[in-house]
Write a protein that binds this ligand. Structure first.
Ligand code: AHM
Ligand code: MG
Length: 280
């Protein structure tokens, strides 16, 4: 595992360097979810593929930017599912974005998730690596990742980040969000899931939602390389996750590698409040 994580660190450093002088324009291509790919989405995917495929313990990769699983070594142990550049639609406005990695043993299933990692390309380069507990690292002057602290969530937070087109929310979601604001929660939503969840983790609590909507009844965010890795980190930090139906996100099973799900990540208080609104 340490070896694989060191290859992830190498890829993240290369993406971070490339972000200093990036081409922020769109390509002519679409990924399997139908998004038009930025040239930088494609470049980040290539950097990660090129780097991780040199790792002896890598069996296969699954990427938001590839239609199919890429098998590298049938006899190796780990499958890495990744979103090379989460929040890439914010590149033009220079907001913080990141890469998300889920490390699965043998089969891509939440039950086989052994570790999750995300990078934050913000004012500085940071990395959260989670096997048993989420650990925050920051790139230092010597180009090394230095350990900063363990991430832990409180029972209740103050931040509310919720996505999806509001006129397509259903009534229970609208009522839930209204009740959070009535309890003095403050809106914090950038449009990059990785940054929004990073903020909740670093501030110690709150809730991030991407609900089912009338235009996207199965949600927008992708299970294997967005939802599961961040759910793994939030739960290991002492938070809770759900799909809105009393199930932890990590109990869900999908066959399709680009499957999506409604998803909610937060402190215990906000998730139990959400489940009351959703399930009575
Ligand atoms: P991306 O991986 O193509 O950037 O898409 C995922 C992003 C998430 O980071 C974010 O939460 C969501 O899409 C934002 O969607 P919306 O603009 O509908 O709020
Ligand atoms: Mg994404």
């Amino acid at each position: 595992m340490e070896e694989l994580i060191s290859y992830i660190q190498k890829a993240v450093l290369e993406i971070s360097d490339a972000l200093k002088f990036p081409d922020t324009s769109y390509s002519q291509n679409h990924n399997s979810t139908g998004d038009t790919q930025l040239k930088f989405d494609i470049l980040s995917d290539e950097i990660i593929t090129k780097t991780l495929t040199q790792c002896p313990s890598l069996k296969a990769i699954i990427s938001e930017e590839k239609n199919e699983i890429l098998t590298v070594n049938e006899n190796a142990k780990y499958i890495v599912a990744y979103d090379p550049l989460d929040g890439s639609s914010l590149m033009d406005v220079n907001f913080a974005i990141g890469s998300i990695f889920g490390i699965y043993e043998q089969k891509p299933s939440a039950k086989n998730l052994k570790a999750a990692v995300y990078s934050m390309y913000g004012a500085r380069l940071e990395l959260v690596i989670c096997e048993d507990t989420p650990k925050l690292y920051r790139l230092d002057k010597n180009n090394q990742f230095t350990f900063i602290k363990d991430l832990k969530m409180e029972e209740k937070g103050k931040i509310n980040a919720t996505g999806g087109t509001q006129k397509f929310w259903d009534e229970k979601h609208s009522k839930f969000i209204k009740s959070l604001f009535e309890e003095n929660y403050r809106l914090r939503y950038s449009g990059a899931m990785v940054s929004d969840i990073n903020q909740i983790l670093l501030k110690g609590g709150g809730i991030f939602s991407y609900p089912a909507t009338k235009d996207a009844p199965l949600g927008k965010l992708r299970a294997f390389f967005e939802v599961f890795p961040l759910a793994f980190i939030v739960e290991k930090a002492g938070g809770k996750t759900t799909n809105g139906n009393n199930q932890s996100l990590l109990d869900l099973e999908f066959d399709a590698i680009h499957a999506t799900t409604p998803c909610f990540f937060g402190s215990k208080y906000e998730i139990s409040k959400l489940l009351e609104f959703y399930n009575g």
